[in-house]
Design a protein around this ligand. Structure first.
Ligand SMILES: [Zn+2]
Length: 256
């Protein structure tokens, strides 16, 4: 998809435009969410920042969502996806975790920038349309309670809320629980690491009927490695989910 089409889609996806929005604009003039430059109609990205987002476009790996160098057509798999397939079905990311995409993730995670979630969720709905078309339940990757308290809110839950609102797909905010702070991974073997991480998640007993047979899309802000996606997917599959895919805003290129 070309830059112009993406820009048109982005503009077309804007929130409600009515007298209420115009009143809001009198008080809070619309501005670029990355550089704060003034914008004409509503909050979003200015064209200069838009061009700097490292979008992941075709070709990408059908399992890990990572960019691939050459397009051979059809469904493509990275060497890693063939050698070491993930537990989740498909992962998809809007952008590489770099430049302005990284700034937006940091703004959402550490700043007080809740308005970013709505706009980032719009892009996730667009780029994750294949995954969301089959989805019956959105599940945000949970933070440990201690970290939730420190950061005041879970950025994955904020993105899931935005996606749920735009698509009408229900969100299981509490379907997946983080039951303990993850032990430091340093010095552990790969298999010890995955066991360590898997013990950190638990399907919520209260939500088991909801999870059973559900086609779940896990929502997170960043995929750094496939480890968290694999651990959470395994937990939900064991609890009876029919399928688990993973939709993130940004992906660290080495993740797959
Ligand atoms: Zn800008």
């Amino acid at each position: 998809m070309g830059m112009i089409q993406r820009w048109d889609i982005f503009k077309g996806l804007g929130g409600f435009k009515g007298i209420g929005q115009r009143l809001v604009n009198l008080v809070y003039p619309p501005s670029c969410i990355a550089c704060s430059a003034a914008l004409a109609d509503e909050d979003g990205l200015c064209p200069a920042c838009w061009r700097q987002i490292p979008f992941i476009t075709h070709p990408f790996c059908a399992r890990y969502g990572t960019p691939l160098p050459v397009d051979h057509g059809g469904m493509m798999l990275s060497p890693l996806a063939i050698a070491d397939p993930p537990v989740f079905g498909r992962a998809r990311a809007v952008a590489r975790y770099d430049g302005i995409a990284r700034d937006l993730v940091h703004g959402l995670k550490y700043g007080d920038r809740v308005e970013l979630a709505r706009i980032m969720a719009q892009w996730m709905v667009r780029e994750g349309s294949d995954l969301l078309a089959d989805c019956t339940l959105l599940v945000p990757v949970p933070l440990h309670r201690f970290r939730l308290w420190r950061r005041r809110f879970n950025q994955a839950a904020a993105l899931a809320e935005g996606i749920g609102r735009q698509t009408g797909i229900p969100v299981g905010y509490e379907s997946l629980l983080r039951v303990k702070a993850t032990r430091p991974q340093v010095g552990l073997t790969r298999s010890e690491r995955s066991t360590n991480l898997e013990k950190a998640f638990k399907a919520n007993p209260v939500d088991l009927t909801r999870i059973a047979g559900a086609r779940i899309v896990l929502i997170d802000d960043v995929m750094t490695t496939a480890a968290t996606g694999n651990a959470t997917a395994r937990t939900l599959l064991k609890a009876g989910a029919a399928s688990v895919d993973l939709l993130v805003f940004a992906l660290v290129a080495k993740a797959g």
